[in-house]
Design a protein around this ligand. Structure first.
Ligand code: IMP
Ligand code: MG
Length: 332
């Protein structure tokens, strides 16, 4: 394989708008395969395409590009019920596969994810941490043992290494990494680009691009430290207040970008592209703009400040929820 292998990762606490960036890259770059890495159905991605909003937890967000094969890598925890519902709702039967090595999340894992430690961390309650524990102690059931999944089981590394253009979707965000984030208030796994590559079975030398996504302000769901946090009332006034896709919990908001964290994330992810989302929320006059030159002056200054602090070009800029509301400066 491998003329082109792009990994998309989150640079903050998840919910950076990866789904939106991925949907653009899928439609624009036309990958043969879109493969999902990351933790599991604790992720919630929203994609808006042709006026319809799709909420996804298991299926790759790039599914709106209907020529791509969709794969779920070995490292991803799969909730069979959530997966089968999404396959049906998003009509991707026939082009989606699950790696034969994936761990299955069972009811007991979801039950265990409601205990005291889960409450302390503020987990999503989706069973990911407990399922990961069973994998590590080598007692977990694999998806290949679940009869309802039989027709989807495949060998993801074989497929991705045989194709010329692959898009790898990361989930969660850098600051939720069990290694590099705000431990113990983190998810159950590393969330950096290297792990996303390993999740789908691609070696580091084959990765050509790493796109790190950050929102124009910062949000976090669940507990843990969060510099510059403002009240829900203030976030509502600013138009920043968001609610979780999976849990519907109100997200915590900070007006600022946390540059020290972002710099560490750039280094560990080896990001060569930054994508900034929700620029239109911070600068309403940027809404719907698709050419950089047409952005308002303050919005351009904001982008240039990010570039000078992170020393990585901001090549993708989200200016609205729809997959087409984007500035793509990669060609220049
Ligand atoms: P868990 O991943 O469900 O164990 O939750 C651990 C922490 O990660 C909690 O603070 C969750 O809110 C957070 N988290 C996990 N997945 C996501 C995500 O996709 N977006 C945002 N926060 C997440
Ligand atoms: Mg999300």
């Amino acid at each position: 394989m491998g003329r082109k292998c792009t990994i998309v990762v989150g640079g903050q606490y998840g919910d950076e708008g990866k789904g939106k960036i991925i949907s653009h890259l899928a439609l624009n770059d036309k990958p043969e395969i879109i493969a999902r890495g990351g933790v599991g159905p604790n992720a919630g991605h929203q994609v808006k395409h042709n006026g319809i909003v799709y909420s996804l937890r298991m299926i790759p967000s790039g599914f709106i590009y209907d020529k791509a094969r969709l794969l779920i890598g070995a490292g991803v925890l799969v909730n069979p019920t959530v997966f089968l519902n999404e396959v049906q709702n998003f009509k991707v039967d026939g082009r989606i596969g699950i790696d034969k090595r994936c761990t299955a999340i069972l009811q007991k894992h979801m039950d265990a994810d409601k205990g005291d430690n889960s409450k302390k961390i503020g987990t999503t309650g989706t069973g990911c941490g407990p399922a990961q524990m069973d994998r590590v102690t080598r007692t977990a059931a694999l998806c290949s043992e679940v009869p309802e999944l039989a027709k989807y089981i495949c060998d993801v590394p074989k497929e991705v290494n045989a194709c010329d253009n692959v898009l790898i979707e990361g989930t969660q965000g850098f600051m939720l990494s069990v290694l590099y984030g705000t431990y113990p208030f983190v998810t159950s796994k590393d969330t950096s680009a290297s792990t996303m590559a390993a999740d789908v079975g691609i070696g580091p030398k084959k990765v050509t691009d790493v796109v790190m996504v950050a929102k124009a302000y910062t949000t976090r769901v669940g507990n843990g430290p969060f510099p510059g946090e403002i009240s829900i009332d203030d976030a509502v006034k600013l138009g920043y207040q968001e609610y979780g896709t999976v849990t519907r919990r109100p997200r915590r908001t900070s007006r600022e970008l946390h540059f020290d964290d972002l710099k560490l994330a750039v280094m560990i992810n080896s990001a060569n592209h930054i994508a900034i989302t929700k620029l239109d929320v911070k600068f309403p006059a940027a809404a719907g703009i698709t050419e950089y030159e047409k952005l308002p002056k303050e919005a351009k200054a904001f982008i240039e400040n990010i570039e000078s602090k992170l020393e990585v070009p901001v090549t993708l800029i989200g200016t609205g929820a729809d997959s087409t509301a984007i500035i793509d400066r990669r060609k220049k």
